[in-house]
Design a protein around this ligand. Sequence first.
Ligand code: DGL
Length: 272
Amino acid sequence: MIGQASIGVFDSGVGGLSVLRAIRAQLPDVPVTYLGDQGHVPYGPRPLEEVRDFSEEITRFLLSRGAKLIVVACNTASAAALEHLRRTFPDVPFVGMEPAVKPAAEQTKSGVVGVLATPATFQGVLYASVVERFAQGVTVLQDTCPGLVGQIEKGALEAPETESILRAALMPMLEKHIDTVVLGCTHYPFVIPLIERIAGENVRVIDPAPAVARQTGRLFVSRGLRPPARANESVTVYTTAAADSMKNLLPLLLGEPGAVRELRWVQGRLTE
Ligand code: DGL
């Protein structure tokens, strides 16, 4: 596993672009292949086994396109599949997401923190284990923000409906005096301005993307990987739905335009 390498990043849709944005800032010379499984978004309400199967095939696809390190830029897929992927591809380094309950529990003054994530993430053993290990003595409130992923997939970052979903999640938490909100879904950093407007300046919002990008950089270097001398395209984006929506959202969500290629699921396999 020594030599020139690209990074594979995936999510159910556009959410992982919040992580990709941070990876681009951290490792600007490393080419990245991004896959948004928009044909299946949202992952959150799906059974963990189904998300695990999607994640395995997506990983296979990214490896076939030259990725040497995989970032599971999706809390739901990490909850459903990270352990399975590490067992199935033992030579491949993986970086996954877990809700940032640890820094929240360390920083809270009120002793009450809120976590926003999908139903599948809350069901997974990963979440139960971070709460058990790191949140002793802290009250952890949870909300699944139904419909929020769909709004962000549409690019409706400031729409009234987006605001009412967030208000419904945050107001009961604010009444219980949360001072920290953990973003446990990679779609949610795109609505941080709205969350901050609703929650006010005394509530800290934790976006794990920069820490995940730093971990990706450390792993990339420690595995002896290096970017190719001449990369043709620095970001290659695939979607499993029609390309237009992803293409239109790239400048807004990633901060750079790019070509988007379409993939299809055929009997559990991805084909171009
Ligand atoms: N962005 C995802 C996450 O981090 C998945 C959202 C969804 O598809 O439900 O959990």
